[in-house]
Design a protein around this ligand. Structure first.
Ligand SMILES: [Zn+2]
Length: 693
């Protein structure tokens, strides 16, 4: 599970026309601390607000008032300012590569050629639809359901991730995730996940309200427009059929809350069983198309969706499926095609779906492309340049203090069985905490990048990525393998590896500042570290033991107690209403909300321990404890466009930032720090506060 909302969900497709990304204009980003100041961002606060009434406003009020969401973004947040820094550095690395006239085949040359092929708009216009044509012809040549099954198999990519970067969405019929085997944790296996729709989630097809009805109407118009731009005729009727098919697929899908429940996901199917369990699709041809004939078994994450989607392959007309395939192909490569297609894609997925009026400058989208396909090639240089061994050592010391705090908290739990405690401690002992950058780097020698061939570069890039995943099947696992690049502003828990990654790009001010007081470093990045460690023990983590194996190491009594406590937290979040007609889903966001509360608690202990019994100096008029909580609250400074916020509430496992800041109301030390009294809006009586560990 990662720290931030899945705004990167569409990275590989929407990056060409994305709303959910970053701008390089530092003047519009949130101000980092002025030079010479370290710690709490005093000028962001609104001290006229009582911390006990609205902690989010207290910590961020002035920033919220003076900050506008730039036209080319759906969101602006503290993460944005770190993105700005990370992207400036990345763009510098790319520019250097472009100027270096590096030898053919070198990584620097690949970086330069990929970036330049994206920037060559005149070349892209001149080629027109030519690069897409052979692929559309292949779809047109499909003559029966057997050919169709083969083509559906060929479209399979390694584009989903159930537990690490948690992305359950693929527009392809299904998605592949190669990860340690639930039932043999020492080896990689193939997980198959539901897919087949373009809109972000089943709710977009099924929800019966005005907002979603409007989205569906706009979507159908968009599908028709894309087909027309790609040279199809009779596009209104085709679009209607495509929408009907996607609607039928969505009906078979599991909800996000169900997807997050790994106890429903461990469904090993032998390859030979697919035809019986999910008839309608010629699975032999599908696996042949996918290059998976040798893989004898799979873990099917959502069996009912597979049964339902395969049946739809059997029952829906070949012509509709061919149109669906063609449309999905056009959509996936719109960013590598003439401007008219890229603009139409943005008009729907950017403007209509997230409310973002403007597309980001092309250079910034180019950086995303390079990060998506050659992330480690850039990351290796990034880490050498921008993450010092001293910063790494300081972050590692914080991690050690926070792990020690978790150990004490677990030991002190009166309700947890001694055997459960022993396994929890074992998990802390074997936990791999990656700080800054990975121990080994991806090898891109098998990825061919050609100058002036954007379409081909993206096509080969996705295939390279897919084949790299296939090559891992059956191999022994590498527990130190990273799932984020150093230049990513995020953090992640990898439950099957019992590992955490904290990329260099999040370990910078104001989240982590080697010159700031301990209070603010623990409040900001420390709580993030605690958040990720907490996932090791939560509803998800309780299913994986110290080796990453799926084994419920909790007793029934432990689990009952935990569920009772955390149900209170779910109920607390259910009461939050970002819109009059839409509440936060306490169950869907529960694991993240647990991690937030536990993360603050453990980091607070780690912070107190780091003081060695002394009180921290007052700074800016705030005590050390106050600085700790304010720094936490400022970590969640964020403004989101309404449409994007609705999308997050419906499709994401992270609650809106404001409620994440206000979750300090569950921590006793926060009440002491700010003398919060009964009657104030965030006040919870001690018995109502949710204590996780
Ligand atoms: Zn999380």
């Amino acid at each position: 599970m990662n720290l931030q909302p899945r705004f990167s969900r569409y990275l590989l497709t929407i990056a060409f026309a994305s709303a959910f990304t970053i701008a390089l204009d530092p003047a519009r980003a949130q101000e980092a601390p002025a030079p010479g100041t370290h710690g709490v961002l005093l000028s962001n606060m609104d001290r006229s607000v009582k911390p006990g009434d609205n902690f989010f406003e207290f910590a961020n009020g002035d920033w919220l008032r003076r900050t506008e969401i730039p036209a080319d973004r759906a969101v602006i947040s503290l993460f944005t300012s770190l993105d700005v820094v990370s992207n400036k550095r990345t763009s510098g690395i790319i520019e250097e590569a472009a100027k270096s006239s590096a030898p053919a085949g070198s990584e620097a040359r690949k970086i330069a050629d990929l970036y330049n092929s994206y920037m060559d708009e005149a070349g892209i216009e001149a080629k027109g639809l030519a690069p897409l044509r052979p692929h559309l012809d292949a779809v047109a040549a499909i003559k029966d359901k057997r050919d169709l099954a083969h083509a559906l198999g060929e479209s399979l990519r390694a584009d989903v991730d159930a537990l690490n970067n948690t992305n359950f969405h693929t527009p392809n019929l299904f998605g592949l995730w190669v990860a340690p085997n639930f039932n043999d944790v020492d080896h990689y296996t193939a997980y198959l996940l539901q897919g087949g729709v373009q809109l972000p989630d089943r709710e977009y097809y099924l929800a019966d309200n005005d907002h979603m009805r409007l989205v569906r109407t706009q979507y159908q118009t968009h599908v028709s427009a894309m087909l027309k731009l790609a040279g199809f005729t009779n596009t209104d009727a085709r679009a209607a059929h495509i929408l009907e098919l996607e609607h039928a697929i969505a009906e078979k899908h599991l909800s996000l809350a169900d997807n997050d429940d790994i106890h429903k996901a461990n469904n090993p199917w032998k390859q030979s069983e697919f035809a019986v369990k999910a008839p309608g699709l010629d699975w032999t041809e599908f696996f042949r198309g996918a290059g998976l004939t040798k893989q004898t078994s799979f873990i099917v994450w959502q069996p009912t969706a597979f049964t339902g989607e395969a049946a739809l392959v059997g029952s829906t007309s070949l012509e509709t499926w061919k149109d669906w395939l063609a449309y999905h192909l056009i959509e996936a490569y719109a960013g590598a095609l003439p401007k008219a297609l890229a603009d139409e894609r943005f008009a729907f997925f950017g403007k209509a779906l997230t409310g973002t009026p403007q597309q980001r400058p092309r250079e910034q989208r180019g950086i995303l492309i390079v990060n998506a396909f050659l992330g480690d090639a850039v990351g290796q240089i990034y880490a050498q340049r921008y993450f010092s061994p001293e910063a790494k050592a300081q972050a590692q010391a914080m991690v050690a203090n926070i792990i020690a705090a978790f150990r004490k908290r677990i030991e002190a739990l009166s309700w947890m069985d001694p055997k459960t405690k022993a396994e929890a401690q074992a998990k802390l002992t074997t936990l791999y905490v990656g700080i800054g950058y990975p121990e080994t780097w991806e090898d891109y020698s098998g990825y061919e990048v050609k100058p002036g061939d954007l379409f081909g570069n993206l096509w080969r890039g996705r295939l390279f990525d897919y084949h790299r995943s296939l090559a891992r099947l059956g191999q022994p696992i590498d527990r130190k393998q990273w799932s984020m690049t150093p230049q990513t502003v995020n953090a992640v828990n990898l439950p099957l590896q019992n590992a955490l990654n904290f990329p260099a790009a999040i370990l910078q001010p104001p989240f982590f500042d080697p010159l700031a007081p301990a209070a603010t470093n623990y409040g900001a990045i420390g709580s993030v570290i605690g958040h990720e460690i907490s996932h090791t023990f939560d509803t998800e983590g309780s299913a994986f033991d110290s080796k990453g194996a799926v084994r419920n190491w909790w007793t029934a009594a432990d689990l009952a107690h935990f569920e009772e406590d955390t149900a209170k937290l779910a109920a607390q979040y259910d009461t939050y209403k970002p819109f009059p007609d839409l509440s936060v889903n306490g169950k869907q966001t529960l694991a993240e909300n647990i991690a937030d509360v536990a993360g603050i608690a453990a980091s607070y202990d780690g912070y107190r321990a780091s003081l060695g019994g002394k009180e921290a100096p007052v700074q800016g008029g705030f005590t050390g404890d106050q600085q700790f909580f304010i720094a936490f609250g400022q970590g969640w400074s964020q403004k989101t466009r309404d449409a994007a916020l609705r999308q997050q509430v419906l499709t994401d496992s992270h609650a809106p930032a404001q409620y994440r800041a206000d979750t300090v109301r569950n921590i006793d030390a926060w009440y002491n720090a700010f003398s919060v009294q009964a009657g104030e809006k965030l006040y919870l009586a001690p018995a109502e506060r949710v204590r996780i560990w």
